[in-house]
Design a protein around this ligand. Sequence first.
Ligand code: MTE
Length: 333
Amino acid sequence: MPKKLSRNTHENEVTDESVYLSRRSLLKGFGGSILGYHSPLLYSDKSSSTGNEFGSELHQMLFQKIKSRLKEDAIKLAESTPFNYASSYNNFYEFGSGKSDPKKNAKKFITDPWEVSVQGECDGAGTYHLEDLVRPHLLEERIYRLRCVEAWSMVIPWVGLPLLSLLKRFKPRSNAKYVKFETLYDPIQMPGQKSLFSAIEYPYVEALRMDEATNELSFLALGMYGKILPNQNGAPIRLVVPWKYGFKSIKSIVKIEFVEERPVTTWMKSNPREYGFYSNVNPSVDHPRWSQATERRLPSSIFSPNIRPTEMFNGYGDEVAYLYRGMDLKKFY
Ligand code: MTE
């Protein structure tokens, strides 16, 4: 739940309106709207004219960053996938491999109480109640594109906290090179885990390199569309790594482990030729059985397929490309 302003916040701690307005005048010149969305950040203060406000490199960079932030917000309004879609077209093999199985089979999934065990190369190992993990954090909304390896995509407004802000509380040691996550293993509640025909082994395991995990985009979601996460979307806590194929975004996490060696993750183990450790969204590296150059943005239908080109790193290259500098991404897929 988002924190409220503390009751004893003093009046003089609240930013004065004139200070706020003069800050906004920095944005002079970037008037108008994106996709019809009028944001307060677009406010243009006609009374202040300081000449070449966007001339410096810093201002150019801030301008671009703010513009792309606004684009993200505009996507929320113009393109976000309807909630009913995002919560009924799911991949959660523990509850069945059909897209409509998770919603149907996860109805009674018990997510309270919920504990997360933290292990490995850190000074804060232990077993924590989820409420103790979440309580000190101010939750925030992140509108991210989700690109599945199966070549469909959605835009989802998640609510949660940056992965980094949780991980640092466990004080990882310098020899922690990767962070590994595990989903609950409970075949009584999760019928897919009993299936003799399952394509994967359980518990579901995912992992990130430490620098990926601590990148600002890596996010732990507890909610979406302003609601508590539906069971089929990975309640009560799941990972969201928007520049990687959706299967890296592991659901219903019960274990976080800091490790030195690169873990073998679930889909890599199931078919290493088709699924690599990195699994960065990459339109120029095809899946052995289909192209990754385009995607079907949901909702889509035969009459309106809504096909669009897939972007490198799912469009998040500015924030993450540095992580892979010098790496051959065809080899490290
Ligand atoms: N996590 C677990 N534990 N089990 C799964 O089957 N499927 C992954 C990922 N996380 C999966 C999982 C895949 S393939 C995708 S595309 C996303 O969850 C889908 O998330 P969504 O159902 O919320 O859209």
